[in-house]
Design a protein around this ligand. Structure first.
Ligand SMILES: Nc1ncnc2c1ncn2[C@@H]1O[C@H](COP(=O)(O)OP(=O)(O)OP(=O)(O)O)[C@@H](O)[C@H]1O
Ligand SMILES: [Mg+2]
Length: 232
């Protein structure tokens, strides 16, 4: 039963994909999965490659539909919203970080973050102030006018974190955010992500292979055999 304090609520969610482009028996990826993310809580999702972690994250964020079950975000049922309402919800209330930073290559670090702020409803001036503030929080005040090709991998991921948090979302969805970084940069980005999430009281749904990263969350869930089990 969904409670009013639940931010994300998945109830009996199932998802399959067609076996091939030409059809065939669908492959069941998730079966009757339940998941609740409460405000300010950090939840880790682990599981083998191909087990359905990214699929689950995308369903929870309304980026992908499910075959059966319900997905709620705050007081709204995602399956009943049109694309326009969904994208407005995503830009105002959710932040995203993926394995690759997916920054716009022709724009500076600051512009990448400013654009997210403007999509979230800020004026040009406000967007610039917010971008500079959050980029300074991730230690990049001296890199505002650098384009992505002039930034290191760790710096790009820090810009991606700044972009994901600039609209003060209720939740951050992170799919292996340190997966493409070397050990040193991964540890730094991991520390930064946790300190910002805790400081700003943002909920976190984190997909990771890294158990020590997962252990910093309040709960660890594992996908196996199409189900989600709590392992810590
Ligand atoms: N659009 C799609 N069409 C068909 N099959 C898909 C599609 N997306 C994912 N799959 C399949 O669903 C399964 C789960 O994929 P998913 O990306 O969720 O795995 P994952 O747990 O995130 O893996 P990894 O750790 O490698 O990122 C995989 O077997 C994948 O091939
Ligand atoms: Mg994945």
């Amino acid at each position: 039963m969904k409670r009013s304090t639940d931010l994300v609520y998945l109830h009996q969610v199932s998802k399959s994909f067609p076996a091939t482009l030409r059809g065939g028996e669908p492959i069941q990826i998730l079966e009757s999965v339940d998941l609740t993310v409460q405000r300010s809580r950090a939840i880790a999702i682990t599981g083998n490659s191909g087990s359905g972690k990214s699929t689950l994250l995308q369903i929870a964020a309304g980026l992908m539909g499910c075959d059966h079950g319900e997905v709620w975000f705050e007081h709204e049922k995602l399956g009943e919203m049109d694309n326009r309402a969904l994208s407005a919800l995503r830009s105002r209330r959710m932040g995203f970080i993926f394995q690759a930073s997916l920054l716009l290559e022709d724009f500076t670090a600051s512009e990448n973050v400013e654009m997210a702020a403007m999509i979230g409803g800020s004026s040009k001036g406000e967007a610039r102030d917010k971008a500079h503030e959050i980029l300074s929080l991730v230690g990049l005040s001296a890199r505002l006018s650098h384009r992505p090709d002039q930034l290191s991998g760790g710096e790009k991921q820090r810009v991606a974190i700044a972009r994901a948090l600039v609209n003060e979302p209720a939740i951050l969805f992170a799919d292996e955010p340190t997966g493409s970084l070397d050990e040193g940069n991964a540890a730094m980005v991991e520390d930064l992500l946790f300190s910002l999430v805790r400081q700003k009281e943002v909920a976190l749904l984190l997909v990771t292979h890294n158990l020590s990263f997962a252990r910093r969350c309040d709960e660890i869930h594992r996908i196996s055999e199409r189900n989600l089990e709590v392992i810590g």
